[in-house]
Design a protein around this ligand. Sequence first.
Ligand code: NAP
Length: 218
Amino acid sequence: MKKVVVVTGASSGIGLALCERLLCEDDGLHLCLACRNLGKAEAARVALLSSHPRAEITLIQIDVSNLQSVFQASRELKQRFERLDYLYVNAGIMPNPQLNLKALFSGLFSRKVFHMFSTAEGLLTQDDRVTTDGLQEVFETNVFGHFILLWLFRQKPEFLNPLTKYHSATTGLGNNYVSPQKMDLDEETAEKFYQNLLDLEKRFGAIRAKSLDSGSEK
Ligand SMILES: NC(=O)c1ccc[n+]([C@@H]2O[C@H](COP(=O)([O-])OP(=O)(O)OC[C@H]3O[C@@H](n4cnc5c(N)ncnc54)[C@H](OP(=O)(O)O)[C@@H]3O)[C@@H](O)[C@H]2O)c1
């Protein structure tokens, strides 16, 4: 069987561009677009097939901000594929900053007025809703849903270097490359953050165990 590559949030933006690049570089893979909106995922599949007609592309539905959906998608992935070679944790959201009128008026008549206009601190608020799992949506989407997905594939997240981020870059001649850069974070803080993730993961442990059991019934 071909190498199986799963890309979350593959229906648009960087995820879709990544799929295009993967297909250009390796015709020996099976690409699985893991998206929350199957209509958009199908449109992405059609677009990819138009430039790579012989590519093997399947779709899987996943909402990484919903643990039940992550478990369901994991079960489906296990049922459909005998192997999983690469998982690109790309899906993500940014909270929309909005002007906070109340803060603007109270800031105008405070000693912080200069600071407020020079940094926008207090002027803008970012709305982040709470998901059905009781977590902040940005956190669950960008971090925790993917963290659980890694566990479900028996990958230990420890193998990722918590102090490194990877930048996709292009040279003046148009060659693409990846540049690892040290994150502005010390090891102790990274460790604390990781411990918090593990504690949170325990809270959902029972659901996870149940999910894994039903996944192994196939
Ligand atoms: N672009 C940048 O400059 C930049 C900078 C730093 C980090 N990033 C990160 O890079 C990633 C891709 O960015 P982008 O600019 O390509 O963003 P984008 O165009 O908004 O695409 C995000 C993708 O993630 C999917 N997605 C969002 N929430 C999801 C959920 N709960 N479950 C499953 N899929 C979900 C979206 O699906 P729908 O189409 O259904 O919404 C979309 O396919 C994100 O994680 C982003 O935070 C981007």
